[in-house]
Structure formats: structure tokens, C-alpha cells
Design a protein around this ligand. Structure first.
Ligand SMILES: [Zn+2]
Length: 160
């Protein structure tokens, strides 16, 4: 009996759930949708720096990127590196296996960026026990390389 005619287990369409595999994944671990103007954000971690669009007129940074500065209307905008420091504004612990490859439990957080706390990012907190995550906790960006993309995640800041 050939492989193709064997009943049952049609492997191609089934998600692969073997949790321990070092093989390159055909499906990226995180699904990234880039919009016009935010590609720089997802590539920024290539040199370990977090970047937002900065305004050459009023000096502020903003996120997500828009064609005109939301504060002064200038179009003089360019990616600008920030410190990468942030604070956990709120978080929840996910216990549901929503996506293959994301083994629960894990922390989904909103962090406020130190350079401009009006910028809030939804992210994961990594590098510590889930029980240690607190609102107000100082964190620093770290990047998960995902092919050509770099996903900003946050971990506890050393010495905090
Ligand atoms: Zn501006």
C-alpha cells in the first residue's frame, strides 16, 4: 500500500504539534503584518535597537507610524532609536493554547515606553517567572528574530 492511499492521517493539512523540535518552522512563530510605513519597526531589532518614528520639527516620537506627526503635523519624520526601556502598564497570563508553537502559560502585557509613556506596545514578558511579573515593573526590550523580522519582547531590567 502506498503512502498516498493509506487512510487516515493526512499529514500535510494537520498542524504539527510536536512541541520539541529544532527544525526550521515553515510557518513563522509570530504572524507579522506590516503596513505602509512600519516595516522599519519590525526590522529595527537587527542591531538590537528599538525605533519609533521621530519628528524633526517638534522632536516627539510616536507609534504606530502615521504619515504626519500627530503632535505638530510635520512630515519631517524618520525612524529614531529609543532606549528600549519600558514599564509594565498591565498584563494578563494566557493559559489557552490559541496558537501552535505558543505553549501556555505566557504573559501578554502592555508596556509604556520610557522615552514617551504615551507609546504603549502589546508584547510578551520573557526572561522571568510568570509569578514575578508586576505592574510597574521596569523592563527592557529584547528581540525575537523571526526570519527577516525582529519582534520586540520585554524582559526584566537588570538591577531592578
Ligand atoms: Zn512633530
Amino acid at each position: 500500500m502506498s503512502e498516498a492511499s493509506r487512510p487516515g492521517r493526512a499529514s500535510a493539512s494537520e498542524p504539527r504539534t510536536s512541541g520539541v523540535s529544532n527544525a526550521p518552522r515553515a510557518v513563522p512563530p509570530r504572524f507579522i503584518v506590516t503596513d505602509a510605513g512600519d516595516e522599519f519597526f519590525w526590522r529595527s531589532g537587527a542591531d538590537g535597537r528599538l525605533r519609533f518614528l521621530g519628528c524633526g520639527s517638534c522632536g516627539r516620537v510616536h507609534h504606530p507610524p502615521v504619515p504626519r506627526c500627530p503632535y505638530c503635523g510635520s512630515r519631517d519624520l524618520a525612524p529614531r532609536a529609543v532606549s528600549g526601556d519600558a514599564m509594565v502598564a498591565t498584563f494578563t497570563v494566557n493559559h489557552q493554547p490559541f496558537m501552535p508553537g505558543f505553549e501556555p502559560p505566557y504573559v501578554i502585557a502592555i508596556v509604556e515606553i520610557d522615552d514617551d509613556p504615551t507609546i504603549r506596545l502589546m508584547t510578551n514578558i520573557v526572561g522571568c517567572a510568570i509569578e514575578d511579573v508586576r505592574i510597574g515593573m521596569p523592563v527592557r526590550v529584547t528581540f525575537e528574530e523571526n526570519g527577516e523580522w525582529f519582534v520586540p519582547l520585554f524582559e526584566p531590567r537588570e538591577g531592578s
